[in-house]
Ligand binder design. Structure first.
Ligand SMILES: Cc1cc2nc3c(=O)[nH]c(=O)nc-3n(C[C@H](O)[C@H](O)[C@H](O)COP(=O)(O)OP(=O)(O)OC[C@H]3O[C@@H](n4cnc5c(N)ncnc54)[C@H](O)[C@@H]3O)c2cc1C
Length: 355
């Protein structure tokens, strides 16, 4: 099969790019790896700054339709033990963010992008011949080949295409997230349903998902003393015992599953090349503390679609992403430096990155 563009992955970045290419009449195929692993809801929140971006590509209505609720701010306990209230009231033009129902949103986006998705088991080979990529993959146990002049890596932190292209990743820290779903609890001091609190071995995030459910994540590091115990929920009461609010959200659910994931800041050594580019987390992976992962997936998809339509080289795309990542690292460093109470602990030492 021959196609103008092949997008590998089926997350937010991939589907927004597919949607935009469809609008431009560009012929694409989306390669979607079958894993059998059930999607795990993270209760992602979009900040108010993401809404004009969505409006600019005609997707604000769809995101609003698939949002669980509007969010008007969040609370934090970071750098000291005073509760901070970060209100979105002064943001412009939107004074609210969105807590998205990502699973249904992606399903709706997929419907809108049409039926150009090829489910496959794994990528076997990527070769370049006479200016075209030959992508060899296995589908239902059978070897197939796709031919395209343009391939987009949208495989998140897996960077599956980049691995086949031998492009290494640069990691700026080793942050890992451990997440579980718990019965919803509220705290009378917290009016927003997103809350962040730092502690000696890392930081935690509570985010309301459904009416009856909270998502709680602990962010830590392989060298932190809690690393070996954090993947069992039964240890969370001990791990969070010195926190002021986080411990309050631990309900007595029997044994919720804890899902571990990479959550570090990283980028590949190259973001574009001859006939390929990278979008979303695969291009720039941010610390979830900044809440910009989904905005980044949408923004890079928008920029990538424009670059593909223009058929120019990808210098502008490359430069703007490098600039964004540099600015992000500076602001991340600034936020982590505000927490001075545990400077000599493994997790906090690990956050001191060279920009
Ligand atoms: C605990 C936690 C909380 C977060 N909270 C927020 C938040 O509040 N707000 C926010 O904006 N962001 C948040 N994020 C970040 C956000 O989830 C990501 O930035 C965003 O989902 C990235 O989208 P993506 O499409 O680039 O990648 P992904 O969503 O990772 O999608 C990648 C796609 O590629 C596929 N894939 C993977 N490997 C392969 C392979 N080898 N071959 C083919 N396909 C493959 C996957 O199946 C998937 O379809 C959070 C992240 C974590 C871990």
């Amino acid at each position: 099969m021959i196609t103008e563009v092949v997008i590998v992955g089926k997350g937010m970045a991939a589907l927004v790019l597919a949607y935009l290419l469809k609008q431009e009449g560009i012929n694409y195929v989306l390669l979607d790896r079958k894993t059998g692993v059930k999607a795990f809801d993270l209760a992602e929140t979009l900040p108010p700054s993401a809404l004009p971006l969505l409006q600019s590509i005609g997707l604000l209505e769809l995101f609003e339709k698939h949002s669980i609720r509007k969010t008007y701010g969040y609370h934090s306990l970071w750098g000291n033990d005073r509760l901070a209230n970060h209100n979105f009231y002064f943001y412009h033009p939107y004074k609210y963010g969105l807590k998205i129902d990502k699973r249904n949103l992606l399903a709706d986006l997929e419907q809108k992008t049409g039926s150009k998705n090829i489910p496959y088991e794994y990528l076997i080979q990527l070769k370049k011949e006479a200016g075209e990529f030959q992508i060899v993959y296995q589908q239902n146990g059978i070897k197939n080949t796709l031919q395209t002049p343009m391939i987009v890596d949208a495989t998140g932190r897996s960077r599956a295409v980049l691995k086949l292209l031998n492009v290494p990743s640069i990691d700026y820290d080793g942050t890992l997230s451990f997440t579980c779903h718990l019965a919803r609890k509220k705290h009378p001091d917290l009016k927003h349903d997103v809350f962040v609190e730092s502690f000696k071995e890392g930081w935690g995030l509570v985010s309301g998902l459904k009416k009856t459910q909270n998502v709680i994540s602990i962010f830590t590091h392989r060298e932190s003393p809690i690393f070996h115990s954090v993947s069992s929920f039964q240890n969370w009461k001990t791990i969070l015992r010195e926190t002021k609010y986080l411990k309050h959200f631990l309900s007595d659910d029997s044994a919720p599953k804890v899902k571990g994931k990479r959550a570090n800041s990283s980028r590949p050594q190259k973001i574009t090349g001859n006939g390929w580019l990278v979008i979303g987390d695969a291009a720039l992976a941010f610390d979830p503390l900044c809440s910009h992962g989904i905005s980044n997936a949408i923004y890079t998809a928008k920029k990538a679609a424009a670059a593909i339509v223009r058929k120019t080289d990808f210098t502008d795309y490359d430069k703007s992403l490098q600039d964004i990542f540099h600015t992000y690292l500076k602001s991340k460093e600034h936020i982590y430096r505000q927490e001075k109470r545990w400077q000599n602990e493994a997790f906090w030492i690990n956050q001191k990155v060279a920009i």
